[in-house]
Design a protein around this ligand. Sequence first.
Ligand code: FAD
Length: 678
Amino acid sequence: METKQLANQTVTFHYYNTIVVGSGAAGMNCAVHLYEFMSQKGVPNPEGRIAVVTAGISLGASRMSGSDKQTYYKLGTSSNVADSAEQFAKTLTTAGCCHGDLALVEGICSLREFYHLVHSGVPFPTDDMGGFIGYKTDNDPAERATSAGPKTSKLMSECLQRQLESYGVRIFDSQEVAHLLTVDNSKSKRIAGVVTIDKENLTESNYAINVFLGSNIVLAAGGPGELYKTSVYPKGQLSIHGLAFKAGLLAENLTESQFGLASTKFRWNVSGTYMQAIPRIFSTDARGKDERDFLADFFPSMSKMATNIFLKGYQWPFDPQRIEDLQSSLIDVLVFSETQKGRRIFMDFLKNPIGNASMKKFDINDLEPEAREYLKKAGALQDKPIERLAHMNPLAIEIYKENGINLYAEPLEIAVCAQHNNGGFTVDKWWQSNILRTFVIGEMAGTHGVKRPGGSALNAGQVGGLRAAEYIVNVYSSDVPEYANEQEQIEQQLTRLVNRLDTFKTPSGLIPQEVIDQIQSRMTISAGHIRELNNARKALKEAINLYRDIQQHGFAAENKRSLVKAIQAEHLALASVAYLKAVVELLERGSGSRGSHLVLTDNGIEIHPDIIDKATGKTLGFKPENELLRNSILQIKYDESLPDLFWCRDIGLRPAPTSRKAFELAWRDYREGRIYNF
Ligand SMILES: Cc1cc2nc3c(=O)[nH]c(=O)nc-3n(C[C@H](O)[C@H](O)[C@H](O)COP(=O)(O)OP(=O)(O)OC[C@H]3O[C@@H](n4cnc5c(N)ncnc54)[C@H](O)[C@@H]3O)c2cc1C
């Protein structure tokens, strides 16, 4: 570590072999593996060669998010249901836009990573024979899902953190990333380091700048949750997509975000048993008065309505292919359309669903067979939803109690929220990005296709960390970096950053929080689960104008908190341009409703005879999926010279290799390190 004076600031430089950005389940796991691979190779003092840099150890989706039983999707471990990595990969790729090689690696490395978590102490349940019991999630044919309870990902990141600390690897907390340092030499471009603002030591005049220089950089800053107004991502989960684009990273599948019903006061997914308990769902006006059982107007019978509430449990993310003919995602559409009228939606676990005058009273025996049999088997035939929930999953009630909400006494406010991005930055089968020595893992990596089985995000995050660490230690040496020849480039960028931060204190500049509010509203309306081409084009234009305004006018940050907000607002603004550009480009290619978003169009498939487009007076219609687009992936890259700031292109899917080598040949490849060259 050393300090230097630059542009009137004292800048602290740290040198490590590998810098991991983000301390969620993905980042922590990668750091653990880096240490282990280095130790196994006999590298001295591995703990001094790795650093984790994070905005907050207690922040991020892994630490703060979950659901009734948060799912970890792995290769099947059932004692009587066969599974294979190829079958696993097939499930991941089946809805399209997913590279075969990544899916296969996620299958092959799945159990290695699952057992790595078990050894680190994550309490995944076993039966009396030692078997890890599985269950089915949606799009899952082989009981591959497991769970350590509502807080599976929190347990994962905590156990991995303990392991990392026992190894002596340093975690730099409270570090807000402000810039990714790039160096260009005649041969190639590299990301040489991560520049952060130390939020603990930031003052009005001292920006408390840290520079973490690394030979290798692993980006694990999670999904861009703060892009959306209606969101179940934990507050403050921002990520660094705008900064990564500026550094030259290529992204793909940004259009494929997931949306679903979640509680908003305490942000938590209401999937699984919350819905299977079949609570009453009702709306009120903005003051919480004028209760209405609004779903009843759209279903022909209590049985159909209650069965669909039940099915939402394991058909949880919004799915436009489950709307027609009164399927479960109609509920998401109805919830959304009710909120558009300025009304609030609640789940009440003290009451069963209430119908209208033409419906029978709720009776569990009248449910359609799938729901009735499930509840019967689970022994969940109690009178009230809260009793059924308490019977099936008491922890699901407990988690709300811990967060100040008593489901025995109050209804739970919900909305259709942004919850996960299947897309992200482009990686190869070692999770290396388009820039050599920069790796992207976890939710920041774009490894999923249009649909993914619930729980596969956590599997992918672990596998990505393993692969990146293995490649770094075996292909790039474990040395700490030497950027002596690039000093000038580094200092120029740091000086530019300081000058830029100075413009964030311009009294006539933009207000950071107002900018963030504007971005979030626009993204929820135009790039959320309901999309329309003209609306998206307008939103893209507005987003570009906002970004240009920021460049021109700077911010009026009054104190150190709003200075951090200004840094975040600037890169979030660029990220929102990227997401909207991708949405527009995909719609212009004639895409339809797929994954977790619905595309509105004139003369499309009727959503429901009673859902009317106010502008035309006709029933609202949606465009079905254009299946031809399943075989390509939309990539996007920053180019400031372009009017839209980004270009897009389509690429074909990389297939999963099918060739298998004889053991002796594979062993030779392994011994000679050839496996890293294929
Ligand atoms: C409500 C909810 C329920 C979910 N349920 C499931 C499930 O059941 N199964 C499943 O597989 N997946 C689920 N997911 C998705 C899954 O939890 C996430 O994809 C996963 O935890 C992401 O892990 P990560 O390590 O990539 O990122 P995160 O855990 O989000 O960590 C990001 C890290 O980066 C840091 N960071 C962020 N921005 C910055 C910045 N600007 N500067 C510096 N550091 C920064 C954060 O502090 C944090 O340490 C769920 C997500 C949500 C929101």
